[in-house]
Design a binder for this molecule. Structure first.
Ligand code: BES
Ligand code: MN
Ligand code: ZN
Length: 499
């Protein structure tokens, strides 16, 4: 738990005082003034501690004299930024995350942070605050509390800034996006017996509280629409499927919406083509695409984004059962295309086929971006650092790549083309749902490309980045919430009507 406030006052409290020092430089500004009153010798102390002011360096002074704080933390800020270059804002998010890590290790409860360096713009402070909140997140609901943990008070952090009004605005704006990321992480982290199809749908529906318009399609409504691709995946499960449509209307009513579509497989056993047991528990995260779409809609609504956006999530569970879809079955998707099911574990593309077709057909979006933990092959190709990007428009791909770099949720542009489309031609139906081992992520994207009428479209295969990655400065939990910050940046930089 963490509470963040801001002040322009230089005075600090009796807790932990944090100041930043540049690499190979003495303290400057307010930090220098505080240091002077302690009577400590900067050169002697830093030399003894081996403190160089590099990012990650810490000088931890306990019970300093001359100042009210009972602890002084001097953190390395690295070299002064080159003023001719823009500071990458995600460096500030990481700085916030790193700060929380240090404060937690120090068991700090009341904290004052001096942010008077020139580059601490309101935007930078917004990122720092977001980094603090993202790092503070823990998923420990199902763990017994250790006796001394009961009384743990929320950490209260006061940021000492030059312009409180501007900082507060930036913190709220960026905080809305951090909240979206935290929501996505939470949905991914919850176990599959808690986050079933109806529960996940309910979490999407709860966005109504933020002014998001909600519509949910149940099994009967989807049957009437002919959504047999999505429905055939759900057939083996006791849990009913849902399609939840979230609409954020932040711009003029006649402005064509952006559409975001998510794969929401709450658990993927593989179905009749059942997966091996090793790490199957990870497949509770197979709704990571949906979690990102729900988190994004939360972020857009919370910060009242001036854009019309639609989020659509296809929610099913993939289980083996006497009623489950079989390899060899041929089904007709809502679009009319027939699909030979050759592997029931290639289920995500079936869910997205109908979700994408429905979205473009009903809403006529100006573009569609889908997110899905779609293929193990993308993890083989790109590992856990970047998601795969597939698109039918270079301009859209370029916008997404740029947003990924800014948000530090990176994408790698993957190829598509007729030679790959050929691999999923079926002997018996229009297409089959798996093309085998060659270029598995590309053939999955080619499959999705069959389910819209050449709308500007991009597909993000997030199987490697959605969960289970090594801890970093801003996330120590299993679920990553990948995609929320990226797509918020994409929307913000390219589609919002200026106010
Ligand atoms: N949900 C999986 C993909 C996945 C794998 C996500 C690892 C996250 C981590 C997907 O439904 C799947 O099973 N894909 C198959 C496709 C194959 C049968 C064509 C795969 O990647 O093996
Ligand atoms: Mn699968
Ligand atoms: Zn899956």
């Amino acid at each position: 738990m963490i509470e963040i406030e801001t002040t322009e006052a230089p005075a600090t409290g009796t807790g932990t005082l944090v100041v930043y020092a540049r690499q190979n430089e003495a303290l400057a500004g307010t930090g220098a003034a505080f240091w002077a009153t302690t009577g400590l010798d900067w050169d002697a102390v830093t030399r003894t501690a081996g403190f160089k002011g590099k990012p990650g360096n810490v000088l931890d002074i306990l019970a300093p004299t001359g100042i009210t704080a009972n602890r002084l933390l001097v953190l390395g800020a690295g070299k002064a930024p080159d003023v001719t270059l823009p500071t990458p804002m995600n460096a500030w998010t990481d700085r916030g995350g790193s700060l929380f890590g240090k404060l937690e290790a120090a068991k700090a409860t009341v904290v004052d942070v001096v942010l008077d360096m020139a580059e601490a713009t309101p935007e930078a402070i917004g990122e720092l605050a977001a980094g603090l909140r993202l790092r503070a997140y823990k998923f420990d609901r199902y763990k017994a509390k250790k006796p001394d943990e009961d009384e743990v008070a929320p950490m209260r952090i006061t940021l000492h800034v030059a312009d409180k009004a501007a900082a507060d605005l930036a913190i709220a704006d960026r905080g809305a996006v951090a909240e979206g990321t935290l929501l996505a992480r939470e949905l991914i982290n919850e176990p599959p017996n808690v986050m079933g199809t109806l529960e996940l749908a309910a979490r999407a529906e709860a966005l109504a509280e933020l002014g998001v318009e909600i519509e949910t399609l149940d099994e009967a409504q989807m049957t009437a629409l002919g959504m047999n691709a999505l429905l055939c995946v759900a057939r083996g499960s006791r849990q009913p499927p849902r399609l939840v449509i979230m609409r954020w209307n932040g711009a003029a009513a006649d402005e064509q919406p952006l559409a975001f579509v998510g794969k929401g497989v709450v658990f993927d056993t593989g179905g009749i083509s059942i997966k091996p047991g090793l790490n199957m528990e990870d497949m509770k995260g197979d709704m990571g695409g949906s979690a990102a779409v729900i988190g994004l809609m939360h972020a857009l609504a919370r910060r009242k984004a001036k854009v019309n956006a639609i989020g659509v999530v296809g929610i099913v569970e993939n289980m083996p059962d006497g009623n489950a879809v079989r390899p060899g079955d041929i089904i007709r998707a809502m679009s009319g295309t027939t699909i030979e099911i050759v592997n029931t574990d290639a289920e995500g593309r079936l869910v997205l086929a109908d979700a994408l077709w429905y979205t473009q057909d009903r809403f006529k979006p100006r573009l569609m971006v889908d997110l899905a933990t779609l293929t193990g092959a993308i993890v083989v190709a790109l590992g856990v650092d970047q998601a795969g990007l597939f698109s039918n428009r270079d301009e859209l791909a370029t916008q997404l790549l740029a947003a990924g770099i800014k948000a530090n949720e990176k994408l790698w542009h993957m190829p598509m083309g007729p030679a790959y489309a050929k691999i999923i031609e079926s002997r018996f139906a229009d297409i089959k749902n798996s093309g085998g081992r060659h270029a598995g992520s590309v053939t999955a994207a080619q499959f999705l490309a069959r389910f819209h009428n050449d709308v500007p479209w991009a597909h993000l295969d997030i199987a490697g980045v959605a969960f289970g990655n090594p801890a970093n400065e801003i996330n120590t939990s299993w679920g990553a919430g990948f995609g929320v910050a990226l797509l918020d940046r994409f929307v913000r930089d390219n589609f919002e009507t200026p106010s």
